[in-house]
Design a protein around this ligand. Structure first.
Ligand SMILES: [Zn+2]
Length: 253
């Protein structure tokens, strides 16, 4: 059912949140646009202007690695300045109230953690761009170290322990989905009584399968997104409004 207007949507959502004991939010790019993080997939977004570098190419080509890191450094002012929006803060409030065991996210911006969720309760399906990791041994690196090393040598650094390439801790195109995160997300989806899909167009599989999984396990499904999604038909409530406006009333509750 599509909410007639923002006010009735917020009211119905409030009733559903109050009635639920375990809420699992699933968030996409739309929750972070208020924080100034662009939606890479949107028309005119970064990925339509700049072809993403697939994982195989990153591994095989030093030039691709240099290019990937140059792009990431160019984005640093945007990511470094980003602060949680009303959507992030509302979910952090519900987490503190004990209603949310963890958040599942397609985002790589670290904003759920900054809003107050412990990292172990943020399930990142596409990884995290705010630090780097060796693709061989998994050793973690600060971006500042990568940048300094790049500036000193003129090329993307290898791991100090095993010499394999160091990459942002994100999941690139063609890279395997993180198995542990996928498993935890599936478990969360199947053990909640309210599933909130927020700011995702719900088209990227396998991540987009989680709302259906929750629904099949008996949860109520709410979809909050500016645009229609492919799964609106099966939702108990669809709120087609701005995420900050919709979740703002739940900040601090
Ligand atoms: Zn290594």
């Amino acid at each position: 059912m599509i909410a007639a207007d923002l006010r009735s949507g917020v009211e119905q959502l409030g009733d559903m949140i109050a009635a639920a004991s375990t809420i699992v939010p699933f968030t996409g790019a739309g929750i972070s646009t208020e924080s100034g993080i662009p939606d890479f997939r949107s028309p005119g977004g970064l990925w339509t202007r700049n072809r993403p570098i697939p994982f195989d190419e990153f591994v095989a080509s030093p030039d691709a690695r240099d290019e990937a890191w140059r792009r990431r450094f160019a984005m640093e002012p945007t990511f470094a300045a980003a602060q949680p929006g009303r959507g992030h803060r509302a979910l952090a409030s519900m987490y503190k109230a004990g209603k949310i065991p963890a958040v599942i996210t397609q985002n790589i911006d670290n904003l759920h953690q900054i809003s107050g969720l412990p990292a172990e309760h943020v399930i990142e399906l596409h990884g995290n761009t705010t630090y780097a990791r060796c693709i061989g041994c998994g050793k973690c690196y600060d971006l500042a170290w990568v940048k300094q090393s790049f500036q000193t040598t003129g090329s993307a650094p290898g791991c100090t322990a095993c010499d394999e390439p160091v990459k942002t801790a994100t999941i690139s195109f063609g890279q395997a989905m993180p198995e542990a995160a996928m498993r935890r997300a599936a478990e969360l989806a199947q053990h909640c009584d309210l599933f909130l899909a927020i700011g995702s167009s719900l088209v990227v599989w396998p991540a987009a399968g989680f709302p259906l999984m929750a629904k099949n396990a008996g949860a109520k499904l709410v979809i909050i997104n500016n645009e229609p999604t492919e799964q609106d038909d099966m939702a108990d409530l669809v709120i087609r409004h701005d995420i900050g406006e919709t979740l703002g009333p739940f900040v601090g509750n």
